[in-house]
Design a binder for this molecule. Structure first.
Ligand SMILES: [Zn+2]
Ligand SMILES: [Zn+2]
Length: 398
């Protein structure tokens, strides 16, 4: 496989990729409601000759391309959902649905997925193995990946390798980051009720004040990361909401808190969860109050397999040059691709997409989010090079 192959292949697709992306962008759909997007994708995959399954986890679509020769099964995943955000960009491809916006770049992912589908279909005769393109609903906190797994997306055939990418405005367009190991955090959400005894604001001695207990809990929680987590390890404990009391002269009976916990390693995760519980229950007890804590796991960490990451690095270097392939991009954000990657060795890489000179550098989930569309071809080419490593073998080509 020559390094130039996909650069030349993808060139003619450039305008088509932009058109697909803008069409998805105009018509954003929230998690598990991606009916229009899914129909469009399924139609395209059908037209390209893929075996297509639809309605997986409501709106998920899988396109299967089986090669003439046996070989690896590679699954590439593209998420489809938008966010409940009102777009503030003044562009002709702005969202036509007030209050819903592709503010994370999943419109780009769908376009890249269709680009890959197109180029791979053109090389169908050279494919040894099976390509599984999975278009996933509800990445944004909606557990779409988990639902697809429950509906069998990792069976029949079971992938040997998993690939995914995300356009990434933290990095400039033209950069690809491939980092082995943990790159996105395991996430939990927690809810806690601090139960005291309410009463008159002028008679605190007759009450058990849950506000004072809560204040100490919030402060003590800060010591987990600063005093319990090793200085070279990574974790976050955030209190995201505190609700209690209605009147200036009343001590309320109860305060409700919610928050999130983020970590990379299972060992640190276990320890942090235990410390959160000990602190909340212990501090509440010391104040004479009672705390009920519920911790709900959301996603595991995204951990890139070293071998697959090396393949993706080589692929990325072929597209943007080794000087533009970085290592070390990590975030404490979470991503439900982690559920696939718990079962299949894979690599999730970041496709730098910001272009500050053109004002395309707003952060993800911001009403001004937009990115440099040149990265669509880069994303397709990088994905194709990585897929070629597994599915298009030089010696099997005529
Ligand atoms: Zn997002
Ligand atoms: Zn996203």
């Amino acid at each position: 496989m020559s390094d130039e192959d996909f650069k030349t292949d993808v060139g003619p697709l450039r305008q088509q990729l932009i058109d697909w992306r803008r069409d998805f962008h105009r018509h954003p759909e929230l998690g598990f409601q991606e009916h229009r997007s899914a129909n469009l994708i399924a139609d395209r995959l059908h037209a390209l000759g893929y075996q297509v399954k639809t309605g997986i986890a409501t709106t998920g679509v899988v396109g299967l391309l089986e090669g003439k020769q046996p070989g690896s099964v590679v699954m590439a995943r593209f998420d489809m959902d938008a966010l409940p955000i009102a777009e503030e960009n003044k562009v002709d491809y702005a969202s036509q649905d007030p209050g819903v916006m592709h503010a994370c770049g999943h419109d780009a992912h769908m376009a890249i997925g269709l680009g890959v589908a197109t180029l791979m279909a053109q090389r169908r005769d050279e494919v040894a193995g099976t390509l599984k393109l999975a278009f996933q609903p509800a990445e944004e906190g909606g557990d779409g990946a988990k639902a697809m797994i429950e509906e069998g997306v990792l069976e029949d055939p079971c992938p040997d390798v998993f690939l995914a990418t995300h356009v990434w405005n933290e990095l400039p367009a033209g950069i690809i980051d491939v980092t082995p190991g943990a790159i996105m955090a395991a996430a939990e959400k927690w809810h806690c009720t601090v139960q005291g005894k309410g009463g008159h604001g002028a008679a605190p001695h007759q009450t058990t004040d849950p506000i004072v207990a809560t204040a100490q809990i919030v402060t003590a929680l800060q010591t987990i990361v600063s005093r319990n987590v090793g200085p070279l390890e990574t974790a976050v404990v955030t209190v995201g909401s505190v609700h209690g009391g209605d009147a200036f002269n009343v001590i309320p009976p109860q305060v409700d808190l919610t928050g999130t916990i983020r970590s990379y390693s299972p060992r640190v995760r276990e320890m942090v969860l235990q410390r959160v519980r000990e602190i909340i229950e212990g501090v509440a007890a010391a104040c004479g109050a009672e705390a009920g804590l519920e911790i709900t796991p959301l996603t595991p960490a995204v951990v890139n397999d070293a071998k697959v990451a090396q393949v993706v690095r080589t692929a990325a270097e072929a597209v943007v040059g080794s000087e533009n392939v970085t290592t070390g991009e990590r975030t404490m954000g979470s991503e439900d691709a982690a559920f696939f990657m718990q079962k299949v060795p894979g690599c999730y890489f970041f496709l730098g997409s910001a272009n500050p000179e053109r004002g395309l550098d707003a952060p993800h989930h911001n009403p001004h989010f937009d990115f440099d569309e040149d990265v669509l071809t880069i994303g397709v080419a990088a994905m194709m090079h990585a897929l070629a490593h597994y599915l298009l073998h030089e010696e099997k080509r005529g």
